[in-house]
Design a protein around this ligand. Structure first.
Ligand code: PLP
Length: 389
């Protein structure tokens, strides 16, 4: 076989998702896209804030702006702008050196995993988790291992402590969470910090916390506590894909806590890895986001959609925890076989993702990054499918 064995296995593992998308495309071709209720993608449809267009126009008109390579970890002034914003947001004094501008959160995760993990070492994550993590782990030659979360999808410190081994190098968390919408509280982050401190001592080796936060700004009646305050050996990964609806423009960053063990070495090496993987993050987008620190899309649009969807599904008899952040609803499948239930929904032209893809069989995920009309138009179909089973 011309394909590397491990990559071949990854391609096979993603066959289910590929088949699902192909089936969705077939249904849209057959019935018309407007008649298919597609909740499968986390691709933001809310427009970027008006300031984004203006900033791009300003950059185009600025003769000082060039389109050459940038320094590998990012343009100095851009890293400084991010560092200043994070210092104020988290109450931690970041220097520009602690920041690496990346190709989205995905680029940042690839950089930091490659930086921290030797082949065969483990990344510990709580299930359910974002599907991409398996792929990033493979790209780093690492092993993704999962510990269960609590029944309402929060951190379970005892389960995490039991799952840590001498091979655990990174604990990976994601809050607000994809696929559950859970937002971790300050006290659970503090408890996690204590678990990681104890485990690092027990195994005689620092375990780093990587906090993947692309949905940090998409929260409803909730605050996302600063994870840097709970554990200093933390690297935050973030992106502008969701908070500015720039997913296709591929821009994000990673930030290393200044008090993390070997912080300078880690940030410097992550910048070096960035050069090996992608040379540098897109130059125009670096310059654009530097001028848009603290600006976000209109979050009330997602909140309205969440409320319409939650009300409709609760009326139809579905069970779920109301999400406090991100734009996903993780629903208990009325059939134990979530794949079979997702297929039943398809008969109503509703596309959802089975929980098994997130390491959580018995659930399905709905993305409400879709127009209001998609949500309201689907509710009768959800009701009929619920009655069928
Ligand atoms: N992490 C999580 C939890 C995500 O949901 C996604 C994308 O959906 C990513 C990382 C990758 O985001 P980006 O587009 O910034 O690479």
């Amino acid at each position: 076989m011309p394909i590397a064995k491990q990559i071949g296995r990854m391609v096979e593992a993603s066959a289910m998702i590929k088949a699902m998308f192909e089936e969705g495309a077939r249904l849209k071709a057959e019935h018309g896209a407007q008649n298919v209720f597609d909740f499968s993608l986390g691709n933001p449809d809310v427009p970027p804030p008006a300031q984004f267009k203006q900033v791009l126009k300003d950059l185009i008109d600025d003769d000082e702006v060039n389109h050459g390579y940038t320094p590998n970890p990012g343009i100095a002034a851009v890293r400084q702008a991010v560092a200043d914003y994070l210092s104020a947001e988290h109450g931690v004094p970041f220097l520009a050196d602690a920041i690496v501008m990346t190709v989205g959160a995905a680029g940042a995760l690839n950089d930091i995993f490659k930086t921290l993990l030797n082949p065969g070492e483990q990344i510990l994550v709580t299930a359910p988790y974002f599907v991409g993590y398996n792929q990033y782990a493979v790209m780093a030659g690492a092993v993704l291992k999962s510990a269960p979360s609590t029944a309402d999808f929060h951190l379970d410190p005892a389960a995490i402590e039991a799952a840590v081994t001498e091979k655990t190098r990174v604990m990976l968390i994601n809050s607000p969470n994809n696929p559950t919408g859970a937002v971790y509280s300050k006290s659970e982050l503090d408890e996690l910090g204590a678990v990681l401190e104890r485990a690092s001592y027990r195994f005689g080796r620092r375990i780093y916390l990587v906090s993947d936060e692309p949905y940090r700004k998409i929260v409803y009646e909730a605050e996302v506590p600063s994870v840097f305050q709970s554990y200093p050996h933390t690297i935050v990964v973030n992106s502008y894909s969701k908070e500015l609806s720039l997913a296709g423009e591929r821009i994000g960053y990673l930030a290393v806590h200044p008090d993390a063990e070997d912080a300078g070495l880690i940030a410097g090496t992550a910048g070096f890895i960035n050069s090996m993987l992608c040379v540098n993050a897109p130059a125009m987008m670096q310059r654009a986001v530097a001028r848009l620190q603290g600006v976000t899309v209109d979050i009330s649009i997602y909140q309205r959609r969440r409320d319409i969807l939650c009300r409709g599904l609760a009326d139809a008899g579905y069970e779920f925890t109301v999400p406090l952040g991100a734009f996903y609803l993780f629903v208990k499948s009325p059939l134990a076989d979530d794949m079979a239930f997702v297929n039943l929904l398809k008969e109503e032209l509703i596309l959802a993702v089975p929980g098994v893809g997130f390491g959580a069989p018995g659930y399905f995920r709905l993305s409400y990054a879709v127009p209001d009309a998609t949500i309201s138009g689907s509710l009768e179909g959800f009701k009929r499918t619920r009655k069928k089973v």
